[in-house]
Design a protein around this ligand. Sequence first.
Ligand code: AHR
Length: 501
Amino acid sequence: MTERTTLYLHARHAVGEVSPRIFGGFLEHMGRAVYGGLYDPESRHADADGTRGDVLEALRELRMTVMRYPGGNFVSGYHWRDGVGPRDRRPTVRELAWQSIEPNRFGTDEFIRLCRKLDWQPMLAVNLGTGTPEEARDWVEYCNSPVGTRNADLRAANGSAEPHAVPLWCLGNEMDGFWQLGHVPAKQYALRARQAAQLMKACDRSIETVACGTSHPEMPSFLKWDRAVLQRLGELADYISLHRYVGNYDDDSREYLALSKSIDRQIESVDACARYVQQRLKLLRRAYLSFDEWNVWYRTFDLAKLDGQGKFAPPLIEERYNLEDALVVGQFLMSFIRHADSVKIANFSQVVNVIAPLLTLGDELLKQSIYYAFRMFSSRRGGVSLRCPVDGPSYASERHGEVPCLDCAAVLDGTKLHVFAVNRHLDGPLELAVDFAGADIAQVADAEILCADLKAENSFESPDEVRPETFDGWSVSGPTGNAAAMLPAHSLVATSFELAG
Ligand code: AHR
């Protein structure tokens, strides 16, 4: 017997507008992400700026909206002045977060040029590990002030008379973590972040800031840290950050595909914390959530693999991804959509070579399974997230409790309805019926499916093992306006329906 899940949607039961910024990325000076990834003047794909055209082309297709830079852990030892001005005068320095060599050939102005090419909003992280609040302020002036003062004039001398207009600024990175250069307890971090935010906002009142939240929900200080930081920063923090890397450590795919429930919980707990602080401090504005690092990362998560051994652009954490990882990536995005009222920014970590959807090998480029999962969502980005009650089979996960076999999200975009679903069932297909109150579903505008062997992965030799195909399994049942389809075991299906006018 086929088991059916019904997804009950109502046009008026909206969670909130899906922020385009949840389709962001993250580029760190780490391993071969910048050098040998995006920036490689030696490559036959290099353009006049030294950036790789093939990588840019592939990223353009992902339609990312915002790009976080330059770290990550890297930023806690980074001094932005090292990365501006004539290249031959920029210092080569020892990079201590990843034990690598940083020649500073790529810096602020190169990054901004890249953002302009790809239509990304820049999101810069300042150094609150070994840097000072004043250095952070000066960077805002360099990027955002009109000419006429020291740092803005420096930018003009470096070729950009017009301000870079950077709207988003992270107040450090993972400062709760013992591994972070300059790590301090919450109180001290909050003091530094407060000073920095005050100076930065005094320099440009339009900027938005992201305070460091806890770097992982398993950290002992989870929520305590977040509350302490938000209470001390008040309205100086427009957002609080969340990070999360997950993996199938026990090779238990049932559990792995259930963990999106814990992503929901992580978001809901930090959201509750932000609301709590708003009420306690009687603030007019609350801090929203910036999920500014997220992905699957576990195969290469080991200390030996995090050490660049004093080399320039050493290959670090070049994770290979299979189908089940792509399903989990889809589940992250579904969770962000379901929490559209609180998650306003999210950055897929990272973009190339380092735990990334893209891998380069010499002049070759590989699109990994997770690349396609992200694209299936970002090409259906606009609209309002709808509540997603489902009625159907579920299973008991040891770690995450009862989870529905189908994980769903839905977005209403004018006369289009986007429905996303992951079938967590490992052995059999499941039927999904979409019951939409509000308008009739007239037809399928387009639908794609990502499905293969659970462990299948793309490689340079065999690049098309996991890639989306057109899904033609939907039947739309005329005047009742509902739609139903059989979703194959362990698959991701993304569909845009046309609604009757
Ligand atoms: O993305 C790799 C690293 O993971 C980042 O530098 C850090 O912020 C996180 O721990």
